[in-house]
Structure formats: structure tokens, C-alpha cells
Design a protein around this ligand. Structure first.
Ligand SMILES: [Zn+2]
Length: 226
């Protein structure tokens, strides 16, 4: 079992323990056939999710290598988010768990809810859009993907910020969900938005930006870009 934990982030260890082993240490786990089947499935999900986030360790600074670069022209590839082990998937695998979203505690957790429909997550996305002076609308997942396809085009500062902010949103939402579930701690919409703003600002700082453009200048002020 040792190699299972090699390179595993602490959240994943907590996650696997929480779901599959219910607090038992890996080493003590009784290797029942059903457990090892679930573990194999969990590890597959873990590896797939690792593909999504890459080998990024310090998310205070979003790395450009993020998989978004591979996704940019292929809307269908957003389906990669389906690979995350959301509760609907775990329940379909036969796990007995409470399927409610840990962020709002009102609806079932699946991909569409966690990254789009959840009121907590919408609150963060709304703040991101506000700082970009874009009105927020509640969209279903499919309409959201259309919106992304139309708006994440080109190389303007606005588009760079939107892309990085959305990538960060996905990361911080998944992290927050795991914090609440496994570490019994939580952050507010404002806290997470501040983290996103910092990570986007750090990533863009130092890039060559035309500040004679009034839109860019406002964005730099809002996003603390020097
Ligand atoms: Zn929710």
C-alpha cells in the first residue's frame, strides 16, 4: 500500500481515508475484495484529477502549464471536470454517503452543481465578473460553456484574467469542498475571492500591459496588478 501514498497530496490521503477506509490507517486496512475494488477506483479518480490540476504544488501562484492551455479550443474537453470524484459519482460506485454539497448543504453535489449552480460558487464567480465589469447571469452548465467559448477568446488582459480566475475558481472550490469535508474548516466567499484575486494578480504581474488603455488600467487596479 505504501506506493499508494507516494506523491499523494494530504487532501487526497484524507479523502481516501474518509471515503474508503473511514479513518483506518492504510497499513491497518483489512484488504477485503470490495475495499480493494473501491480503492482501485479511487486511485484511478485521483490520477485523473491530478491530470486536471497538474503537478502544481503552490496554488498561490497559478502556473501557466495548467491543463487549460490544452483545453482552450475544445469545449468538449471541459468534460474533464467529470473525472473529479464528485459525490454523485461516488454514490454511483456504491458508496454509502451523504450526497449533499458541502458548500451550500442544500443540493446534491455533482459537477454542474459544484462548478456552476451552487449558490456559494456563484457568489465567488459573481465577484470575479463584477471586478471585470461583466454582468452576472445564472446559466445552466451548457449555456455556461457557450459563454466560455464566446468570451475566453483572444489575448486581451480581460480574457487572461477571466481564464486564470476561472481556473483558480475550479481549484479553490475543489479545495474548499475537501477542507469542509475532511478538515472541518471553512472559508467565506470573500476569503476565497481574495485568494483568487491574489493568485491571478501574481500570475499577471510583470507581464507587459498597455496601461494607456483605460479598460486595462481599471482591471489592473481591481486585480492589484502592478
Ligand atoms: Zn452547493
Amino acid at each position: 500500500m505504501g506506493n499508494i501514498l507516494a506523491n499523494a497530496g494530504s487532501l487526497w490521503v484524507a479523502w481516501i481515508k474518509g471515503y474508503a477506509l473511514k479513518g483506518t490507517a492504510f497499513w491497518e486496512a483489512n484488504p477485503k475484495p470490495q475495499l480493494s475494488w473501491i480503492l482501485r477506483k479511487l486511485l484511478k479518480l485521483k490520477n485523473e484529477a491530478a491530470d486536471l490540476f497538474g503537478s502544481v504544488v503552490d496554488w498561490n501562484i497559478v502556473k501557466s502549464k495548467w491543463v487549460w492551455e490544452k483545453l482552450r479550443d475544445k469545449r468538449e474537453k471541459m468534460a474533464i471536470l467529470n473525472r473529479l470524484p464528485t459525490k454523485d459519482r461516488l454514490i454511483n460506485m456504491g458508496m454509502d454517503l451523504n450526497g449533499l454539497c458541502d458548500l451550500c448543504n442544500t443540493e446534491l453535489e455533482d459537477r454542474d452543481h459544484l462548478f456552476n449552480g451552487c449558490a456559494f460558487v456563484s457568489g465567488i464567480w459573481r465577484k470575479i465578473l463584477q471586478t471585470c465589469r461583466i454582468p452576472h447571469r445564472n446559466l445552466c452548465w451548457s449555456d455556461f460553456l457557450d459563454w466560455v467559448a464566446n468570451n475566453f477568446r483572444g489575448k486581451s488582459l480581460l480574457v487572461s484574467i477571466l481564464k486564470l480566475a476561472w481556473i483558480s475558481l475550479v481549484y479553490f472550490v475543489w479545495e474548499e469542498r475537501n477542507f469542509r469535508r475532511f478538515r472541518d474548516c471553512s472559508r467565506s466567499v470573500d476569503n476565497i475571492f481574495d485568494s483568487i484575486r491574489r493568485s491571478v494578480g501574481d500570475r499577471i504581474n510583470g507581464c507587459n500591459i498597455n496601461k494607456a488603455d483605460s479598460v486595462n488600467l481599471k482591471l489592473c487596479l481591481e486585480w492589484n496588478i502592478g
